[in-house]
Ligand binder design. Structure first.
Ligand code: FAD
Ligand code: DHB
Length: 391
């Protein structure tokens, strides 16, 4: 059927998903004069309010600035020169800027998405919300098509290349038959809270305690982000507010630090999972971000990894469209290097920071964390991996 105005039927790159991976890729391609259409399942207000990650590596921030979407970030992001590792109440400050040469930034993922959406729409580039990709077909040929539903009508978008940046549950991952997947399911989930209260300090705090991990982060001078390790089988019914606050106070407790309470604005339970597909491309369909890999959140790497993927993918697609397939052919192998580095850091932190309930195992964890936090090589490694700055 003929597409209505503003709904293209043909493009160079069809991007599924307006998360960080899809939107940063679209911005990188627009800069190179490559046409793309972004299809997003959810509404604009939904993607701009969905509370998720918050810690941005300096490399991610530098790229956002380079793309012209750093203005609001620079005005409102919290620059994080250090974080705190709390081990059974013992406080260890990790001065990341001093040790790695660069700070981290705390700025909500939904703000990054909102900035990229505004930038794309202001330039008049196509981005359809509430457009559900249903299937990707013909990926072995030169003109793959995306079947999608928009305004209640099923439509077709033909492209030179399709990118599945549609997350773990999207059609991209289902369409690429991975040669091998690597998975680890944890018996743990994170209960995440957005609280209407000023942060209890200026630092992100990762607290290992015998009752489980507690985490303190922030979103603005008046909004606190908090996390609790909970069993993967728990539901909100298991976590009434008084239990949440009691556990946060217990797990984050330390001399000279007190937790400020406030009304809970948002809560979510996210299971911890590790997943890597060793195949990020099938013919003319490429995967990026959560569609290809999931890391446990302990390293704050999910969003940053998605950005690393598309930083590799954009020049590969530009070259492919000009007839040179070398970078596209190397795409999976190039990405798997940063994916496994991030996985190693995130799984290592997940193993150390979550309590198991076994006193012997948990004492080993505390001792290992103390060893890392108090000796120079461990401190430097933590700071460099946290910032994504590798020597
Ligand atoms: P996404 O952000 O998931 O974007 C994919 C987009 O595709 C979505 O907008 C989705 O609506 C859209 N989509 C899906 N299916 C279709 C379809 N069929 N057609 C069209 N569009 C589709 N990481 C951290 O580092 N720290 C955290 O605290 C943290 N918290 C998280 C909490 C939750 C609940 C979740 C789900 C993830 C969290 N993450 C966290 C991980 C981090 O947010 C992700 O790694 C990051 O969002 C990856 O970006 P992405 O663009 O690959 O995928
Ligand atoms: C935040 C989330 C993380 O997973 C993390 O490791 C650090 C900070 C946050 O939401 O602010």
């Amino acid at each position: 059927m003929t597409p209505p105005p503003g709904v293209p039927a043909r493009t160079q790159v069809a991007v599924l998903g307006a998360g960080p991976a899809g939107l940063v890729l679209a911005a990188l391609l627009a800069r190179e004069g490559v046409d793309c259409v972004v299809l997003e399942l959810r509404s604009r207000s939904h993607v701009e309010s969905r509370v998720r990650a918050g810690a941005l590596e300096p490399g991610t921030v530098a790229l956002l600035r380079e793309l012209g979407v750093g203005e609001r970030l620079d005005a409102t992001a919290m620059v994080s020169h250090q974080f705190e590792l709390r081990i059974d109440g013992e406080r260890h400050v990790l001065p990341v800027t001093e040790l790695s040469g660069q700070p981290m930034y705390v700025y909500g993922q939904q703000e990054v998405v909102a900035d990229l959406v505004a930038h794309r729409l202001a330039a008049g580039h196509p981005l359809l919300f509430e457009a559900e990709a249903l299937a990707v077909e013909g990926i072995a040929g030169a003109a793959p098509t995306v079947r999608y539903r928009y305004e209640g009508v099923e439509r077709t978008l033909t492209a030179d290349v399709v990118v599945g940046a549609d997350g773990f549950h999207g059609v991209g991952r289902r369409t690429v038959a991975a040669a091998r997947v690597f998975t680890r399911d944890y018996p743990i989930a994170w209960l995440g809270l957005l609280v209407d209260a000023p942060p209890s300090g200026r630092d992100v705090v990762y607290a290992f305690s015998r009752s489980g991990l507690g985490m303190h982060s922030m979103r603005s001078p008046t909004l606190t982000r908090l996390y609790l390790q909970v069993p993967a089988t728990d539901t909100f019914a298991d976590w009434p507010e008084d239990r949440i606050w009691a556990q946060l106070h217990t797990r984050l407790s330390a001399e000279g630090w007190s937790l400020t309470e406030g009304p809970v604005l948002e809560r979510a339970i996210a299971p911890l999972r590790a997943y890597v597909s060793d195949t990020m491309r099938a013919g003319r369909l490429f995967l990026a971000g959560d569609a290809a890999h999931i890391v446990p959140p302990t390293g704050a790497k999910g969003l940053n990894l998605a950005v690393r993927d598309v930083r590799v993918l954009a020049p590969a697609l530009v070259a492919l469209l000009r007839g040179d397939p070398a970078l596209a052919d190397a795409y999976t192998a190039t990405c798997l290097q940063h994916v496994w580095w991030a996985m190693s850091f995130s799984c290592g932190m997940a193993r150390l920071l979550h309590a198991s309930g076994d006193p012997f195992e948990d004492s080993l964890r505390a001792a290992e964390l103390r060893g890392l936090a108090t000796r120079e090589p461990g401190r430097r490694m933590l700071a460099e991996d946290y910032c994504g700055v590798r020597p």
